[in-house]
Write a protein that binds this ligand. Structure first.
Ligand code: NI
Length: 205
């Protein structure tokens, strides 16, 4: 073995030890604690965030936009007052969540956006939401405004003829939007009052 080869081997060995140390140190480093702050991300796999701009009419006939609710935590769901089952259940669940949250729930603004503006006028919505909880606000608008809001939230809805009348097919996802207007999380129709309450307790100030 020449002195040159020896030196080369030594450098190689020292390099290996250093690499191993870096590995151990890296491994010993505690995992960064999971941030509880709302993550400004879309649903996994989505590239365009959920939520965003809308202009609608609230149940008192006032024009509102997404900006109207900045600073509030929003719980947004789409539906229609003639819904036989899913929407009343969602509103009932939401009223139970609000009661369970107590004063902390005041940071929260639940919005029920109709996908049936033809029948769901502001007055009609006001009576409907009031039957569930005084804090739930119903929003309607022109068909174009509803379409824009539904598009922003990736909500599917479709008019389906039913006898001489019609019903609405619609997705039943509840979105949680942070005070900065960014999507935070969502609940499915199956999430249930307990889980929703627990998650919101985690998020709300
Ligand atoms: Ni419904």
């Amino acid at each position: 073995m020449t002195p040159g080869m020896k030196r080369g081997l030594m450098i190689f060995a020292i390099g290996g030890v250093l690499l191993a140390m870096v590995g151990v140190v890296g491994w010993l480093q505690p995992q960064a604690p999971q941030s509880r702050a709302p993550q400004p991300t879309a649903v996994k796999g989505e590239t365009v965030p959920i939520g965003g701009a809308f202009t609608l009419i609230d149940q008192d006939g006032r024009t509102v936009t997404d900006q109207t609710y900045r600073g509030k935590w929003l719980v947004v769901f789409f539906g229609f007052t003639h819904c036989p089952d899913v929407c009343p259940t969602a509103l009932n669940d939401m009223s139970l969540v609000l009661d369970a949250l107590g004063p902390r729930g005041e940071a929260l603004q639940p919005l029920f956006i109709t996908v049936d503006p033809e029948r769901d006028t502001a007055e009609f919505l006001r009576d409907f939401t009031a039957a569930f909880h005084p804090r739930i606000v119903g929003l309607t608008g022109t068909p174009a405004q509803i379409e824009e809001a539904a598009k922003a939230y990736r909500v599917y809805y479709k008019k389906v003829p039913q006898g001489e009348s019609y019903t609405m097919d619609h997705s039943a996802i509840t979105y949680v939007i942070g005070p900065d207007g960014r999507f935070v999380t969502h609940f499915s129709h199956q999430t249930g009052v307990e889980k929703m309450t627990a998650k919101l307790r985690e998020l709300l100030p």
